[in-house]
Design a protein around this ligand. Structure first.
Ligand SMILES: Nc1ncnc2c1ncn2[C@@H]1O[C@H](COP(=O)(O)OP(=O)(O)OP(=O)(O)O)[C@@H](O)[C@H]1O
Ligand SMILES: [Mg+2]
Length: 377
């Protein structure tokens, strides 16, 4: 990836010399003969908002619990701020964790729930409650400070748990699905709040989520997990534009995959012979050999649709609009080619088009060579 000047200061993971705040090396967690986390390596830098993203059961919570010290790794090492965590109990780690089931103390008021950790540390009552109040304002719950958890909605309880995790200003905050119970609108608002809070406190966050939009919005970098393994680590844009596998390409956003073989590698353009599209032209990519089986991946929004045959597009096919879904800012299309192949395309509705391409129309569908990504697994 190209590195803009000064990027290494704000994006330390791009620099070889930067020292990670958290280093996870070859971490394994087995429950009996089931491997929940398999040989994970991970470096996280100070001030990052790192998202662990993956389907239910892929090992996200288990990895987070090992960082917090609530679960012992079967093997491997975890270093936080230069210290090996192997023998450090949870309450002695520079971490605080907000659990997926954010068990609040039911008999305590909202503000006491938030202040509790500070009171236990011996902070004077007035100061502990003042800081709790500040956190409750941040999560917009100051009006409910006197209520008990069972008098709150699920989303409100979740925000109490968030305030409780933030109030101690730990060096590392581990958040397991912190926004899972919030409705869409509140969730989006809270995402931006969370980024602001994280920036103003200067705390390093690791957030677990199975919501890809949330990970894309929040993260400095994302680790995509599958079956206990981290499949790819990268900035949101990197994960979207240059996925390293069919799994990641399909998991983040929507993608068309075309199986084929490298057919010719000219210096300026490479050709893949695919079953579905015939020959496809794309920019040359290193590390590929003639005849190698590959998949060409294209995001739906990279296709252009037109009634007339495009004059310059090297990759163009003719088909019929089989389905169309108008969702306001975009329209989603399914185009059936003459050979029966179905292609997913989408167009952003930038203009108030009076005559949009619609059902049963014959259309040309084309794509720039640079919009293809070649995947080898
Ligand atoms: N104590 C345990 N004993 C046995 N298996 C466990 C234990 N804890 C977790 N697992 C298994 O390990 C796998 C990973 O669990 P984990 O809770 O880390 O998943 P997750 O990615 O957080 O999923 P979700 O999104 O549903 O919370 C699951 O298959 C789970 O059943
Ligand atoms: Mg979980």
């Amino acid at each position: 990836m190209a590195q803009p000047a000064g990027a290494c200061e704000t994006k330390p993971w791009r620099s070889e010399a930067a020292k990670p705040f958290i280093s996870v090396r070859n971490i394994v967690k087995q429950f009996g003969d089931f491997t929940a986390v398999a040989n994970v390596d991970l470096d996280i830098y100070k001030g990052e908002l790192f998202c662990l993203l993956g389907e239910s059961g892929c090992g996200k919570s288990t990895l987070l619990r090992m960082l917090a010290g609530f679960e012992h790794p079967t093997s491997g090492t975890i270093t936080i701020d230069g210290e090996n965590m192997a023998r450090v109990p949870p309450d002695r780690r520079p971490t605080n964790m907000m659990f997926q089931s954010y068990a609040l103390f039911p008999h305590m008021s909202v503000e006491k729930n938030v202040a509790y950790g500070l009171l236990r540390e011996g902070l004077p009552r007035a100061e502990a409650y003042a800081r709790a109040g500040e956190m409750l304002r941040m999560v917009k719950l100051e009006k409910l400070a006197r209520r008990k958890p069972d008098q709150l909605s699920g989303g409100q309880r979740q925000r109490v748990a968030l305030a409780r995790a933030l109030v101690k200003k730990p060096k590392l905050l581990l958040l397991d699905e912190p926004l899972g119970a919030l409705d869409k609108k509140l969730r989006e608002e809270t995402q931006f709040e969370l980024i602001k809070i994280q920036e103003s406190l200067g705390v390093t966050f690791i957030v677990v989520t199975h919501d890809q939009d949330e990970a894309m919005t929040l993260a400095t970098r994302i680790g995509v997990m599958k079956d206990g393994v981290i499949e790819q680590i990268g900035e949101p844009r990197e994960i979207y534009e240059t996925p390293n596998s069919r799994f990641v390409a399909d998991f983040i956003g929507s993608v068309n995959l075309f199986e084929g073989k490298i057919d010719a590698a000219a210096p300026d353009l490479m050709r893949i012979e695919t079953q579905d599209l015939g020959a496809v032209l794309l920019p040359p990519q290193s590390g590929l050999t003639l005849g190698q089986p590959v998949w060409g991946a294209v995001r739906p929004e990279r296709f252009a649709l037109s009634r007339a045959k495009p004059e310059t597009a090297p990759n163009a096919w003719h088909g019929v609009v089989e389905e169309m879904g108008y969702i306001g800012h975009m329209s989603h299309y399914r185009i059936r080619l003459a050979n029966g192949v179905l292609i997913r395309a989408s167009q952003s509705n930038r203009l108030r088009d009076e005559d949009p391409i619609s059902w049963d129309e014959k259309v040309w569908i084309s794509v720039q060579p640079s919009a293809f990504r070649v995947l080898t697994r």
